[in-house]
Design a protein around this ligand. Structure first.
Ligand code: PLP
Length: 432
């Protein structure tokens, strides 16, 4: 059987990205994926920000192969291993300490949603209160706790049971720029008649990636942190998609001087595409009994090999962060020029760092651009409740020429989509 037929026949219908990008990938290097025909696809999705340092980075691969070829331990539950100690030391010395963070590191299980589940448990156990505040259009994962703090109704419906003990509050600018949603939250928390009670914590993304690349301002985030302090609630940041340099700094919150009590990190932490996830928790909230939160795959040694090497390579000084910030400015400027050149597309640029996006009034445009880009051998995804946002997530290591190539392909695809839709008098795609 043809390989795609095998997948279609044998794998559950729940599969999704294979439907948007229907080709069989075989190899990957840097910012490119290659299918079985050897065709190169420019990757502006990076596994939803898992591949921030590009595919099969040679230095990370070398560290991994050296580790494996010496029969070093691969699986060790959470028993002590050399690699566990080395990773923790590097993460402490090069990431936490320079940022004045004294958080402890918990390994909650390999995926992002494992980290979110742990964070929710920590808040509830530390305060003895079950409620958690989450935000409109938030995305925190697909297990029951994470779904209960996720906004998207389609995903929530998949739970099949009521999702409880959470309050959904409006994110920054949810009601437009003139409505202060933190004032609203504060009122709901203070008013004995609001029905909200006294939640244990707030969980927030600094940029809502899946929710449509909604960017919270530094001021809003600081007010949120103050609100948590005033109301005796833990301030928890989900940095799973925005962390590891995606917004131009290691953590997405550091440029605003925030001091979260709990931080969830995953996706690009291993640097190589291995599942690895951590929860950073201030010592005063590290209140677990030994083994109270358990799991077989907590801290996979090979993932810690590449995670440690990635930190050494990219986060020993500011040069990589500066490079990412420069590239981000370029991408942002080109997108701004694009929406100005095609006003009929009614696009708005949004994002932070190397998570930039264009939101379109016409909700069909972003998906159609993604499909046209795929025809031009490029992978780019959509976001937002109605997939109305085209989200650019190239690896942070993407060379300037490839960034420009991708941006050219986006423009070509936009022109083709406008023509297909009969918007603005563009020529049909076939003629381009
Ligand atoms: C902000 C955020 N939190 C949590 C998750 C869940 O991570 P995972 O899919 O690894 O469970 C995601 C995944 O996209 C995410 O973007």
């Amino acid at each position: 059987m043809d390989m795609m037929d095998i997948i279609e026949n044998y794998e559950s219908v729940v599969r999704s990205y294979v439907r948007s990008f229907p080709t069989v990938f075989e190899k990957a290097r840097g910012s490119y994926l290659y299918n079985t025909e050897g065709e190169a696809f420019l990757d502006f999705f990076a596994g939803a920000s898992v591949m921030n340092y590009g595919h099969n980075h040679p230095e990370l691969k070398k560290a991994l192969l050296d580790y494996l070829s010496n029969d070093n331990v691969v699986h060790s539950l959470d028993m002590a291993s050399v690699m566990r100690a080395r990773f923790l030391e590097t993460f402490h010395d090069r990431i936490l300490k320079p940022r004045g963070m004294n958080h402890r590191v918990q390994f909650p299980g390999p995926t992002g949603t494992n980290a979110v589940e742990s964070a929710l448990k920590i808040a509830r156990k530390a305060t003895g209160r079950p409620g958690v505040v989450a935000f409109t259009n938030a995305f925190h994962g697909m297990t029951l706790g994470s779904l209960s703090v996720t906004g998207n109704q389609f995903k929530r419906d998949g739970a099949g049971v009521p999702l409880s003990y959470t309050e959904s509050m409006p994110y920054d600018s949810y009601f437009g720029d003139d409505f202060d949603t933190i004032d609203y939250l504060e009122k709901m928390l203070q008013d004995g008649g609001s029905g909200v009670g006294h939640p244990s914590a707030v969980i927030v993304e600094t940029v809502q990636a899946e929710g449509g690349v909604n960017v919270a301002s530094g001021e809003w985030l600081r007010k949120l942190q103050d609100c948590c302090r005033r109301n005796d609630m833990l301030f928890m940041i989900d940095d799973i998609q925005t962390g590891n340099g995606r917004t131009g700094h290691y953590f997405s919150f550091e440029e605003f001087g925030l001091d979260p009590d709990v931080v969830t990190v995953s996706k690009s932490i291993s640097g190589f595409g291995f599942p690895l996830s951590i929860v950073l928790v201030k010592p005063e909230y590290d209140i677990w009994e030994p083994g109270e939160h358990n799991g077989t795959f907590r801290g996979f040694n090979p993932a810690m090999v590449t995670a440690k090497r990635a930190i050494e390579l990219f986060w020993s000084d500011d040069s990589f962060a500066n490079e990412v910030q420069e590239k981000s400015k370029h991408v942002r400027a080109r997108l701004a020029a694009l929406v100005e050149k095609y006003p009929e597309a009614q696009g708005t640029v949004r994002g932070r760092g190397m998570m930039q996006a264009v939101a379109f009034e016409n909700e069909d445009i972003a998906g159609a651009i993604s499909q046209h880009c795929f025809k031009r051998n490029m992978i780019i995804e959509t976001a937002g409740p109605n997939d109305e946002v085209l989200k650019l997530l190239p690896p942070l290591t993407t060379e300037m020429d490839d960034l420009d190539r991708g941006l050219d392909l986006i423009e070509e695809s936009l022109r083709a989509v406008l023509a297909d839709m009969g918007i603005g008098g563009h020529q049909p795609a076939a003629n381009q």
